[in-house]
Design a protein around this ligand. Structure first.
Ligand SMILES: C[S@@+](CC[C@H](N)C(=O)[O-])C[C@H]1O[C@@H](n2cnc3c(N)ncnc32)[C@H](O)[C@@H]1O
Length: 246
């Protein structure tokens, strides 16, 4: 997906000071490799988004890809969908991501579904006439006290029978479960070629930035936001994906 298909080596040398993780140019450059090697289940999840879209998207409706990064979800959806008059609105507030995402959409010749790639804050965007919204590993980067407001806005702008796909890293309140699953995720990263140094430096960088919730919190918040049915359709270690239906 990235133009270069570049390997993530951002944290492979010792850093004097670990600063908070940002989605800047260096991250955009290696992002497909970074997310695939860090998030168990990501490679399985992306193609299934297109299949889920086919189930929920109806003619003349909007699809929102919120926190789109380089557009992997939008690409999966537009390659699969064959529905009249729908459009994808892909939003991200990281300029470097948006720039590369626009290029990826322009280079995609698999579909004529229009994609409007917008550089902006998903907390400020309008949602209307939606049949599908995607928050693929994005809500975890939103301040916790703004999460319900964002989900409520998505639910309000969604047509009856439409769906939100919410993918997140989760934590468990059961300490044994938490320790085991977290250890397995670290082993997943090691098995994908990350060194102990890379793993620990990246972890420190994400500490204040990626704030995971437990599954019960996600489920209740989606119901509170106005969704009527909440279904976990994929879990791979500590990464889940949920379909929330309005
Ligand atoms: C882990 S990435 C998402 C991955 C992407 N959805 C995918 O499936 O490949 C999180 C993205 O959310 C974006 N983001 C975080 N907070 C945001 C906000 N308030 N508004 C818009 N985008 C945001 C980041 O810039 C980043 O590109």
């Amino acid at each position: 997906m990235s133009k270069s298909g570049a390997k993530d080596s951002i944290y492979n040398t010792p850093k004097d000071m670990i600063v908070d993780f940002v989605f800047d140019k260096s991250v955009a450059h290696v992002f497909p490799d970074m997310i695939r090697r860090s998030v168990p289940g990501y490679d399985n999840l992306i193609p299934l988004l297109g299949i889920i879209a086919e189930k929920f998207v109806t003619a003349n409706s909007n699809i929102y890809d919120l926190g789109c990064s380089l557009g992997a979800s939008s690409l999966s959806i537009r390659r699969r969908l064959n529905v009249e008059g729908c459009q994808i609105i892909a939003i991200d507030n990281a300029e470097a991501m948006v720039e590369q995402c626009r290029e990826n959409m322009q280079n995609d010749e698999h579909s004529t579904i229009p994609v409007d790639v917008i550089c902006g804050d998903i907390l400020n965007c309008n949602i209307s006439n939606a049949r599908l919204a995607i928050l693929n590993f994005t809500l975890q980067f939103i301040e916790p006290d703004k999460r319900l407001e964002l989900l409520s806005k998505i639910a309000s702008g969604m047509n009856q029978g439409g769906a939100l796909i919410l993918s997140e890293k989760i934590i468990s309140d059961d300490i044994d479960e938490q320790n085991l699953i977290e250890e397995l995720q670290l082993n997943f990263k090691s098995a994908n070629g990350y060194s102990d140094l890379e793993i620990s430096q990246k972890r420190s960088a994400l500490d204040n930035v990626l704030i995971p919730d437990n599954l019960a919190t996600h489920k209740q918040r989606l119901l509170d936001a106005g969704f009527s049915k909440v279904i976990v359709w994929q879990q791979c270690l500590n990464f889940i994906s949920i379909i929330a239906i309005k």
